[in-house]
Design a protein around this ligand. Structure first.
Ligand SMILES: Cc1cc2nc3c(=O)[nH]c(=O)nc-3n(C[C@H](O)[C@H](O)[C@H](O)COP(=O)(O)O)c2cc1C
Length: 216
């Protein structure tokens, strides 16, 4: 999709339930998702990819009360992804990252890898201090970046992606058996194609450039 088109496009709220994302397209998008960069390669996410109607219904059923209007969006999307984030970074997780980096040959020189590992571990401590011990707050910023990148990647494949913040974290965590695990729900992303009969024809409304840009 051209950037010009994206600039004047509303996020899709009504998906066409009859249109499914081709398997090779979704696989490419997931490959991209897996490749998303994160601070010091911390990779704090686990993604629940809901492709069956049963999977999407499980999520939709957990959107209740004041979030009930999001349920239809989930049911009609082609796919939905539950973006979850680690609540803490135990040493075991760091060691897993480092072992994978070594196996993948991230650095040609093992000494550089060693230095990187010390630096990355130290950076996790620094961020923990910066956020007053609230590591999840820091890690969820990474998750939002991954979501933003995924939205653009989806657009490049002609797929609409709509993030949903309207949900109760505890309810979704419970539905996906995340309560008392290392992960918690951060954001939901619906993927698919718009119901053309319900696309808004109104202009997109944003602040004027003069208000939001300072050029120097
Ligand atoms: C992080 C994020 C979370 C959002 N959550 C919801 C949501 O839960 N439900 C919904 O209908 N729209 C949601 N939206 C859509 C926004 O409300 C919408 O993009 C914004 O009002 C601008 O409208 P427009 O895209 O039509 O220009 C979300 C958008 C973003 C970026």
């Amino acid at each position: 999709m051209e950037l010009d088109t994206l600039i004047t496009k509303h996020l899709t709220r009504y998906f066409d339930p009859n249109k499914k994302i081709p398997e090779e397209t979704i696989q490419l998008l997931l490959r991209y998702l897996r490749s998303s960069p994160t601070t010091v390669n911390i990779q704090p996410n686990h993604f629940h990819v809901l492709e069956s109607q049963a999977g999407k219904d499980k999520l939709a059923d957990a959107l209740v009360g004041r979030f009930a209007d999001n349920a239809e969006k989930v049911r009609n999307a082609s796919h939905a992804i539950v973006f979850t984030t680690r609540k803490t970074i135990p040493d075991k997780h760091l060691q897993e990252i480092f072992a994978k980096e070594r196996a993948d040959g991230r650095f040609a020189d093992p000494e550089i890898q060693k230095g990187w590992e010390a630096g990355a571990s130290n950076f996790v401590e620094i961020q923990s201090e910066n956020y007053g011990g609230d590591v999840l707050h820091w890690l969820e910023k990474n998750t939002y970046l991954v979501v933003g990148a995924t939205m653009m990647a989806a657009a490049s494949l002609g797929v609409d992606a709509t993030p949903l913040e309207g949900f109760d974290r505890a309810t979704i965590d419970e539905a996906f058996d995340l309560t008392d695990t290392d992960f918690t729900t951060t954001l939901l992303v619906m993927l698919g194609y718009p119901d053309e009969t319900r696309v808004s024809r109104q202009p997109v409304s944003r602040f004027d450039a003069e208000k939001i840009f300072t050029h120097m």
